[in-house]
Design a protein around this ligand. Structure first.
Ligand SMILES: C[S@@+](CC[C@H](N)C(=O)[O-])C[C@H]1O[C@@H](n2cnc3c(N)ncnc32)[C@H](O)[C@@H]1O
Length: 386
């Protein structure tokens, strides 16, 4: 067993899975990476809404104090430092001009869903990447993602829209545009708005984290991701993946692409529609045998806006249902119809309306930590209390 912090770059990265190289005990997979780009999750028409604004460089929540708008396109930044850093990367003159034109022709996306606004901004960001950072653009293209009919039809519309607003050089072909949309659909991570028990959270920004994109999904994950966007740390948009519990050598390390408390039919639907596969994990094998009534009890809780690959949106009332399942399951009895109850008792946050997953805080050099942190609300819980 090892205990400590390892860098993801020291793991044997494979395209299809990430396997534990050693028996891992309370390990952080740290320094997972910085994103190759981040893109606002808000509609461009909402940039200036004071209640829902984030800096378009570091994506921290903009405080009441005056922020620095871009003089050309009025996109908001924390201060002149963020604006100036963005100007040489994600907010190059190319992006600024394209966004200004998009903003000035708001009828172009009128009556289109938020998803289409976000995709338009993603494509502008991706085309910019091909100019300012070709290696990162190649990395984006190397990610998994097969074009669906839906990607092709969205690409058709967005390509014609963007070709009217992007300055030279000319934009990539419709085929490449469709491929980019597919990569984004399968690989983008949502950085969520700050947690508030009373409000439904949505995505503040989407980002591509190439290393984190290697993680496959499991409905009972052995790792989960954390971000600390609103902290003072200068790498505040880096992602950290932490392992929940001991992992035997050779076992694949997986994340859940959405809150773990979704029911079977909702999980299957999302995984099929968004990621193109039917999940056959241990939990799904068990829950597939549950009655249709159980499986359908909240099968209508999809939220298209937040159907993003790895978002963390939570579902109302799921927690109560899980508590009921846990109560009837019994943690030790593997013969019941709910053998995974232990997971929910130990790793599921019980804060109202949260739905987050708990992972141990970083261990000291010699011992693992028994304090668990929630990856959504940040609540700390001492596992001795369970
Ligand atoms: C973010 S990528 C994960 C890494 C990817 N497998 C790779 O090799 O780069 C998401 C895609 O991986 C595949 N995938 C992830 N989890 C899976 C699972 N449990 N079973 C089958 N395919 C899975 C699906 O094709 C999904 O769309």
């Amino acid at each position: 067993m090892i205990c400590g912090v390892i860098k993801i770059s020291s793991l044997p990265l494979r395209r299809l899975d990430i396997l534990a190289k050693q028996n891992l005990l309370a390990v952080w997979i740290n320094d997972l990476n910085a994103p190759i780009y981040l893109n606002s999750g808000e509609s461009h028409q909402h940039h200036h809404t004071p209640t829902s604004s984030y800096c378009n460089h570091c994506f921290k929540t903009l405080l009441q104090s005056p922020s620095s708008p871009c003089p050309s396109c009025s996109l908001l930044f924390c201060n002149s430092t963020c604006l100036s850093r963005a100007s040489s990367s994600s907010h190059s003159p190319y992006v600024c001009q394209a966004l200004s034109r998009l903003q000035n022709s708001s009828d172009l996306l009128l009556n289109h869903p938020l998803e289409r606004h976000v995709q338009a901004r993603f494509l502008i960001a991706a085309f910019n990447l091909s100019i300012v950072s070709p290696p990162h653009f190649q990395t984006l293209l190397s990610l998994q993602g097969t074009v669906t009919d839906n990607d092709a039809s969205n690409a058709h519309f967005l390509h014609s829209l963007i070709s009217t607003i992007c300055p030279p050089p000319s934009i990539p072909s419709i085929e490449l545009t469709a491929a980019l949309l597919a990569k984004d659909r399968l690989n983008a991570f949502g950085l969520m708005e700050p947690f508030n028990e009373q409000l439904e959270r949505s995505v503040r920004a989407y980002g591509i984290y190439p290393m984190a994109s290697f993680f496959n999904h499991d409905c009972l994950p052995n790792a989960c991701r954390f971000d600390y966007v609103d902290t003072a740390h200068h790498n505040n948009t880096d992602m950290i993946v932490r392992i929940l519990h001991d992992v035997p050598q050779g076992r694949e390390i997986c994340l859940s692409y959405f809150p773990v408390n979704l029911d079977y039919s909702t999980r299957q639907k999302r995984l099929l529609e968004d990621y193109g596969f039917a999940c056959d994990c241990d939990r799904c094998k068990v829950e597939a045998n549950w009655s249709d009534i159980d499986n359908d009890k909240d099968g209508d809780d999809d939220n298209d806006e937040e159907d993003e690959v790895m978002d963390e949106d939570e579902e109302e009332e799921e927690e109560d249902e899980d508590e009921q399942m846990v109560a009837s399951g019994g943690a030790e009895n593997e013969d019941t119809d709910f053998p995974h109850a232990y997971f929910f008792v130990t790793y599921m946050c019980n804060v109202n309306n949260c739905g987050g997953t708990l992972a141990p805080l970083p261990p000291s050099p010699a011992t693992p930590s028994n304090v668990m942190e929630c990856n959504v609300c940040g609540n700390l819980r001492n596992n001795d209390a369970i």
